[in-house]
Design a protein around this ligand. Structure first.
Ligand code: G3P
Ligand code: CA
Length: 391
């Protein structure tokens, strides 16, 4: 079957057509390199440029690995995301060390995701800094050498929501980006399917001002491992458009601009005294501009379906249609199984560590036509996708 016919984004209007006639394998993904393994169709029509078309739709992205089940940004979390069948693993959010290495942490402050607070040898490193305008107290990756960071161990970020994950506290160290790139190749060989990763430059303006520019370091490592091409299985993302523009000059990988709440301003805009907010970026004009240097956007789910005052879902916005019109894919964030992270009508009871009706929520979001989603629970996302493909 011709891939265009199979995909149907330009051929039909139903959910089945929108998502394509992709045949999902045991891993819940699509066969055909460089896409993930396990199925038979890849998309050649519709939005998304560079290698993005070889991914199944909607793409299930393991957010910080399988962070619903393991401390985030560890090889325990990344391995499990692949075991669960994630199409792409968000490995990782990238921040630098004092000696210029890129490591996988969601933010420079590591008090909440490592055991640094219990290490007397690092007590003197605790400090207060202003990161992107926010005063933050703790321990910062840029104050540690890689060798020092490697002595730390990861812990669960949200034990109140994920008490079981604390079982794994202390088991894994902080990965470097270079280790991730090697891991990607090892896992691709071992699993017989192309493993995709989705690294993010974190606080790029903040780090550049410290003399620790991220993009050149990312590009250098991607080149070293031959992963800087348009079809390389590495999607790059950032909340700062200028970081994506810089990456666009350095490498050919698929690029995604992350978008926070409508009233927020990317921090590079704040620094440049650019008054635009995310609301300006999601207008047809703003999206056209993004499409000039990126292949996709990663909006918060609230930009796809806003919430009412009571926390339930309102009507979808036109963002999916508007982004598709200019050829951008949408990979919104973040689906999580636990009650507090779900729209109010999908919560079950009040327990913060109990799962709500996440399948109901997935159904609503998938129905908007999104191309993928970041989720802490890749297995749940894959089951939800299978339901949706069945129609
Ligand atoms: O990268 C997509 C999503 O991860 C953005 O949110 O804050 O988890 O990095 P964050
Ligand atoms: Ca991220």
């Amino acid at each position: 079957m011709d891939s265009d016919q199979a995909n149907g984004r330009t051929q039909g209007t139903g959910r089945r057509a929108l998502l394509g006639a992709a045949v999902l394998g045991a891993g819940g993904a699509v066969l055909g390199l460089p896409g993930a393994a396990g199925a038979a169709e890849t998309r050649t029509a519709g939005p998304g440029g560079r290698g993005l078309k070889s991914l199944p739709v909607p793409t299930i992205i393991g957010h910080r690995g399988a962070s619903g089940y393991r401390p985030e940004h560890t090889f325990g979390s990344y391995d499990l995301a692949l075991d669960l069948g994630a199409d792409v693993v968000e490995a990782g959010d990238l921040v630098p060390t004092k000696d210029g290495h890129l490591v996988c942490r969601h933010e420079p402050e590591i008090g909440g995701t490592t055991d640094v607070a219990s290490r007397p040898e690092f007590a003197g490193r605790k400090t207060t800094k202003v990161v992107d305008g926010v005063s933050t107290t703790g321990w910062f990756t840029e104050d540690f050498t890689l060798a020092e960071l490697k002595t730390l161990r990861a812990v669960e970020r949200i034990p109140a929501n994920r008490p079981h994950n604390t079982l794994y506290n202390g088991r894994w160290e902080i990965p470097t980006f270079e280790e991730v790139l090697r891991w990607q190749d090892e896992q691709t060989r071992k699993r017989g399917r192309q493993v995709w990763i989705y690294p993010e430059t974190k606080h790029p303006t903040y780090f550049r001002k410290l003399g620790l520019g991220l993009e050149e370091r990312v590009a250098k490592l991607l080149r070293k491992y031959g992963k800087d091409g348009r079809n390389s299985p590495v999607i790059l993302q950032s909340f700062e458009p200028t970081s994506i523009q810089r990456l666009n000059r350095l490498v050919d990988n698929p690029l995604v601009v992350l978008l926070s709440s409508a009233d927020s301003r990317p921090y590079d805009f704040v620094e440049a005294k650019d008054p635009r907010t995310v609301a300006d970026l999601v207008t047809p004009k703003g999206l056209r501009e993004i499409a000039g240097y990126a292949q996709g956007i990663g909006p918060t789910l609230d930009l796809i379906i806003p919430k009412k005052a009571d926390g339930t879902l309102a009507e979808p916005t036109t963002l999916v249609a508007d982004a598709h019109k200019v050829g951008l894919v949408l990979h919104p964030y973040t689906m999580r199984n636990e009650n507090p992270f779900l729209p109010a009508e999908y919560r079950k009871g009040g327990a913060a560590d109990a799962y709500g009706d996440v399948f109901g929520a997935f159904k609503r979001y998938f129905a908007t036509g999104i191309d993928g989603v970041f989720t802490d629970n890749a297995d749940t996302g894959l089951l939800a996708r299978a339901d949706f493909l069945k129609g």
